[in-house]
Design a protein around this ligand. Structure first.
Ligand code: SF4
Length: 83
């Protein structure tokens, strides 16, 4: 799972970090660091809670990335990659 960070929307509430401090990294002023976040499977539940807790909607959960990766791995296992 990937989380798309819209840093321009972040207001530094740190709610995301309160749910998943290992996933969401903040700067010294409490604003989320820029850049999308790749979330390990074991952290998905807490990361989802953290992203949904953001009152500014600065964190967007991208599950399309998972579907694409699944498709790629499936096609690779079958010996080819068809789009
Ligand atoms: S909860 Fe939202 S507004 Fe608060 S630090 Fe996290 S991303 Fe920024």
């Amino acid at each position: 799972m990937r989380i798309i960070v819209h840093r321009d929307k972040c207001q530094g509430h740190a709610r995301c970090w309160a749910h998943a401090p290992d996933v969401f990294k903040l700067d010294d002023e409490g604003y989320i660091l820029p850049g999308d976040i790749e979330v390990a499977e074991r952290d998905e539940l807490l990361a989802t809670r953290g992203a949904r807790s953001c009152p500014e909607r600065a964190l967007e959960i991208d599950r399309a990335f998972d579907a694409l990766l699944d498709r790629f791995l499936f096609n690779q296992a079958c010996g080819g990659f068809n789009t």
